[in-house]
Design a protein around this ligand. Structure first.
Ligand code: IPM
Ligand code: MN
Length: 371
């Protein structure tokens, strides 16, 4: 299989974690006889520094001509504390979502038994937690009309949705539920918001075509609580842009480290894959960031290419490193392994050198010596 992949390394730790994913993809390509061709492009603070524009036209052009986009991270502290900055890295991400119509943001929340101690939840609540959030990504309050009055004392952000925008993501979410435990929870605020009532009505209609899926409706304030008190009740959560932004960060702490979680943003003809963590500038260049969020995002890209066996192999490799404590500093601050070592171990596993010919002593040598 030949695939053209646009690579946007982005800011902070973005470039180094993305490199680990590319190494893994190259190892798979060699093993399975695929050809992955990469075109690098700019977005975020990196793009502002080099071109003055957080999303240069050339990047859009490359993305439109690619089969998928692999993205690292966005953001730089010099913009975070300056609310008056006119050009911001995040504008690049919002613009690429809108331009490529990446309307469905998919974030799986999985738990690993060996990482339960890192989760703020009790192990009893963590057992069997496995759900996936479908967050609408190109509508709602993020993209509605924004206004501030002349003397800057009043501001408003409009939240709008139309039926088509709701339907296209709802179908994806229902199909996902069909391939999982066949339960879908629509999260909204239909007791207050008109847009939420449109979501409910539309989803109720669509549900008629997915009779095997049980549908549940939950207000967002209750959902925020249920994700903590009883997360295993969820299978597929479907929700609008802003609620999904907030709930997916909340849900991300369940697994124990933000560094582990992947995401996919899917449109009709483009798809972007990125770890959900930010640019973590304090760790940039130190070889200590967790590469697994990016590597698991690359696995979601392989799923998207229909390379199921390859994707499953990557996930198995990741599970093996976690189970054997070969993890980065965010997971084990004392006995940690460097990012590139974890990346290399995943490749060793993928290539079938683990268990077996990989020398444990050599691995131990590449572990940190900070005690
Ligand atoms: C996310 C991020 C973005 C969002 C920011 C960086 C624009 O928080 O992908 O969840 O708010 O959507
Ligand atoms: Mn967010």
């Amino acid at each position: 299989m030949v695939k053209n992949i646009a690579v946007i390394p982005g800011d902070g730790i973005g470039p180094e974690v993305t490199q680990q994913s590319i190494n893994v993809l190259n190892a798979l390509a060699e093993q399975y006889g695929h050809q992955f061709k990469y075109t690098y492009c700019l977005m975020g603070a990196d793009a502002i520094d080099k071109t003055g524009n957080p999303l240069p036209d050339e990047t859009i052009e490359v993305c439109l001509n690619s089969d998928a986009i692999l993205f690292g991270a966005i953001g730089h502290p010099k913009y975070d504390n300056d609310p008056s900055a006119k050009v911001r890295p995040e504008q690049g991400l919002l613009k690429i979502r809108k331009t490529l119509q990446l309307f469905a943001n998919i974030r799986p929340v999985t738990t690993y038994p060996s990482l339960q101690h890192l989760s703020p939840l009790k192990s009893k609540q963590l057992e069997d937690v496995d759900f996936i959030i479908y967050r609408e990504l190109t509508g709602g309050i993020y993209f509605g009309k924004k206004e501030t009055n002349e003397d800057l004392t009043e501001a408003s952000d409009l939240c709008t949705y139309n039926k088509t925008e709701i339907e296209r993501i709802a179908h994806l979410a229902f199909k996902s539920a069909q391939s999982r435990r066949k339960k879908l929870t629509l999260v909204d605020k239909a007791n207050i918001l008109e847009t939420s009532r449109l979501w409910r009505k539309t989803v109720q209609q669509i549900a008629l075509s997915y009779k095997d899926v049980t549908v549940d409706y939950m207000f967002v304030d209750n959902a925020a609580m249920q994700i903590i008190v009883n997360p295993k009740q969820f299978d597929v959560i479907l929700t609008e842009n802003m609620f999904g932004d907030i709930l997916s960060d909340e849900a991300s702490v369940i697994s124990g480290s933000l560094g582990l979680l992947p995401s996919a943003s899917i449109g009709n003809s483009s798809a972007l894959f990125e770890p959900i963590h930010g640019s973590y500038p304090q760790a940039a260049g130190k070889d200590i960031a967790n590469p697994l969020g990016s590597v698991l995002s690359a696995a979601m890209m392989l799923d998207y290419f229909n390379l199921k066996e390859e994707a499953d192999l990557v996930r198995k490799a990741v599970e093996w490193t976690i189970k054997n404590g070969m993890v980065t500093k965010d997971i084990d601050p004392i006995n940690f392994y460097f990012m590139s070592t974890v990346g290399d171990l995943i490749i060793d596993y993928v290539n079938g050198r683990i268990p077996g010919t990989v020398n444990k002593k050599n691995i131990e040598l590449r572990k940190s010596t900070i005690i």
